[in-house]
Design a protein around this ligand. Structure first.
Ligand code: BGC
Length: 734
């Protein structure tokens, strides 16, 4: 705590009137609070979101200003950033986001999203990082530090257990304390402790009967008391429902979607309650303290020098290309199908509408106005440089969204009340479906597109199929109904593969999709999340071997939805109440422990070169308060080209009665090596790497007993196992 700042804060608070205090703690514009000009306190300007700074809205209506000065750099989605397993790149992506936010005059960027990918169906998976809390705990802080190095606050979201979109405004989530502590909170803990996120956004949902944005347990007990958080807690837009509860819960800013700003819970209603003596003014002072502290930290007060930002710089575009390159994941590569040799290549077919889709303008609040977006098709054409004929067939047809474009989903989904919003949503869906389905024309078109694609595939040597999802499916406000690919793509892919077995399958998607019907037949498969404005460039570079792929799956791709733990064991997608019955067995923790073989495992991703792990040295020192395990391991690039591999370290608790998963990721490092090069990489594990949450003690516990340290290149590709024993018990809280 900086004493000078704290005393200046008290000085300012003593000068504020009740009205001024109120104006500083709620939305006074759709994306800003009110300021106090007479004391030099500006308003706090926020903007979405994780993939870039969102287009400008009018201050008091959900209309885009329609200006041409708010185009921005489109940054790979959080799921793409996580796929790099490269903290340095996450930091650089954060720097871009922070600098662009500053460049656009914002103080707080509403990102990153770090909720656990609990189900393949969650509409916002693309905005999130992983199914694994450790990977999130490593990647999110780097991103946050990057953002905040630019005098901009990150706002990590949505705290906590916002793992589905269905009924998101009210659904009540319940889960064991162990699952909460082991799976759903660590990412947030790391974001505020390690990443020092200056603000955090509450979630829409309820947790055990309390709305997350007003939750005494989440906000007051955990965030403020246990974690000593002194940053700003922001509500999700429309996440506050009760004035007294919110005001007393430790929430600092009440943001919402309606333009009736005075009627926000923490506006006039709060003022009245304070005046009536129902809520103590000291609660307001605490909020103001946090808001002013944030402003001091961002150098917004007392005429301090603040960094200037910039947007759409060439440097930003280069950085997002670097990130995109490492985010592409090579899932399968039999017979060395990839990379495709461009020399002498006369004709190539690109099939599938995702080849020409741009995605940056969709997804919900993460949508942006990208300065440009290189589609896969453009990336491929750009790379081939006109010497190869690139023949494109759409293959499938995405129903046009135009009929719905006059509706602002965000405004209507929240401001009209829950029921109206739900009804309206249903009606949209129904109309949309009917409109499309009733058109016989569409069917004919579908058949014609299929025929065209299959015929084309048969006529060329090389085919690249680019399919997957888009932001009609990976979208805020609704979950997918099935894990299956939309637009009958499986049928199409089978047809294309039948016509040309050499077809390379590329999936652009923010969430796992069903691929079992063609994954065996396909010789080569590539995975890309929404990968930023240079996504198409990066993809083409990987396909044609200019870049050696090094992305790793941050999420398991199951064979079928019913294999997934949230669906098999728990409940998902209920409107009112969900219980996470699968507990701590999310993602690979479940597939591994219960021996359910996934299609592609967590941490999986291939390279065009090969790596081997060699000699390994392990030492352990146990002290009373902690254990220190040092692991040094030799890694060698045994192939004939430069490449990067991620060494993944999992720990397996051998004591069955502790109910631990078969193994848990505890450390990783991405290593880049020239052909033939070798290197020793060292890891340090402490008690956290051996711990689980022990409910009886309400503490994390790393207890005496036998452990295995598993080292490999994916959760299902373990190369080395080292046995280890802990001689002491360690109990701790955080
Ligand atoms: C979303 C948030 C977003 C906010 C502001 C909400 O609908 O859940 O993630 O930051 O809107 O646009």
């Amino acid at each position: 705590m900086d004493e000078r700042i704290e005393s200046r804060i008290e000085e300012l608070i003593s000068q504020l009137t009740l009205d001024e205090k109120i104006s500083m703690i709620h939305g006074n514009g759709l994306f800003r609070t009110g300021g106090v000009p007479r004391l030099g306190i500006p308003c706090l300007k926020t903007s979405d979101g994780p993939m870039g700074v969102r287009a400008e809205f009018e201050d008091d209506s959900w209309k885009n200003t329609g200006t041409t000065d708010d185009f921005v750099t489109y940054i790979p989605s959080n799921s793409a950033i996580a796929s790099t397993w490269n903290q340095e790149l996450a930091y650089q992506a954060g720097e871009v986001l922070g600098e662009e936010a500053r460049g656009r005059g914002k103080d707080m960027i509403l990102a990153p999203g770090i909720n656990i990918m609990r189900s393949p169906l969650c509409g916002r998976n693309f905005e999130y990082m992983s199914e694994d809390p450790y990977l999130i705990s490593e990647m999110a802080p780097a991103l946050i530090e990057g953002i905040q190095s630019k005098d901009v606050s990150a706002c990590v979201k949505h705290f906590a257990c916002n793992n589905q979109e269905t009924g998101r405004l009210k659904v009540d989530t319940d889960l064991s304390e162990r699952a909460l502590r082991e799976i759903y909170l660590p990412g947030f803990y790391s974001a505020v402790k390690k990443g020092k996120s200056l603000s955090i956004m509450g979630a829409y949902n309820q947790l055990r009967g309390e709305f997350a944005c007003e939750s005494t347990y989440l906000l007051k007990e955990i965030l403020r008391k246990e974690w000593n958080y002194d940053g700003v807690i922001v509500s999700d837009w429309g996440g506050v429902h009760h004035t007294k509860k919110a005001a007393e819960s430790a929430l600092d800013l009440d943001m919402s979607v309606s333009c009736d700003f005075d009627n926000y819970c923490m506006a006039e209603p709060l003022k009245k309650a304070v005046k009536a003596g129902e809520i103590k003014e000291c609660f307001l002072d605490e909020k103001i303290r946090n808001v002013l502290r944030l402003m001091f930290r961002l150098h917004m007060l007392d005429g301090e020098e603040r960094q200037a930002g910039s947007y759409n710089t060439f440097e930003h575009q280069r950085t997002v290309l670097d990130v995109a390159r490492e985010a592409v994941i090579l899932l399968k590569n039999e017979e060395g199908r990839l990379p495709i040799q461009k020399k002498g290549l006369k004709r190539i077919a690109v099939i599938g509408q995702n080849a020409e889709m741009v995605h940056s303008n969709g997804g919900g609040s993460a949508e942006i106005k990208a300065l440009y977006e290189i589609s896969p098709l453009m990336g491929i054409k750009k790379l081939l440089g006109g010497n190869t004929e690139v023949l494109y067939a759409k293959g499938y047809d995405i129903p046009s969204k135009e009929a719905f474009s006059d509706i602002n989903w965000q405004e209507s989904s929240l401001s009209e009340g829950l029921e109206a919003a739900e009804q309206k949503k249903e009606l949209f869906e129904k109309n949309k479906k009917q409109e499309y389905e009733s058109r016989e024309q569409a069917r004919i078109k579908k058949e014609a597109l299929y025929e065209e694609a299959v015929k084309l595939a048969a006529s060329v040597d090389e085919v690249i199929f680019v399919g997957g999802l888009n932001h009609d499916h990976d979208v805020e406000g609704k979950d997918r109904e099935t894990m299956d690919l939309p637009y009958d793509q499986e049928h199409l892919i089978q047809g294309v593969l039948g016509a040309n077995p050499n077809t390379v399958i590329v999936m652009v998607s923010g969430s796992p999709v069903t691929m079992t019907s063609f994954s065996e037949k396909a010789k080569a498969m590539v995975w890309s999340s929404y990968n930023g404005m240079q996504g198409g460039t990066a993809l083409a570079e990987v396909l044609f071997g200019e870049v050696n792929p090094s992305g790793k799956l941050p999420v398991t791709i199951p064979k079928k939805l019913s294999d997934s733990p949230a669906h098999k064991n728990g409940t998902f997608g209920e409107e009112d109440h969900v219980f996470y019955k699968e507990g701590i067995f999310t993602g690979y923790r479940y597939y591994d422990t219960y021996q359910v073989e996934p299609l592609f495992a967590f941490g999986h991703g291939l390279s065009y070169t090969t790596f081997e792990l060699g000699q390994m040295w392990v030492d352990k020192e146990e002290k009373e308060e902690d254990v220190a395990v040092g692991i040094s391991i030799l890694i060698k690039n045994t192939g004939d080209r430069e490449g990067a591999e991620v060494i993944q370290i999992y720990v397996s608790d051998q004591q069955k009665d502790r109910g631990c998963p078969k193994k848990v990721l505890r450390a990783f490092e991405k290593v880049n090596l020239q052909a033939g090069e070798e290197k020793v990489v060292t890891f340090h594990l402490t008690k956290e790497a051996f711990s689980y949450y022990k409910e009886e003690k309400q503490m994390f516990a790393a207890e005496k007993g036998d452990y295995e340290i598993l080292i490999g290149f994916a959760s299902d590709d373990i190369k080395k196992i080292e046995k280890m024993t802990l001689g002491n018990d360690y109990y701790y809280r955080y």
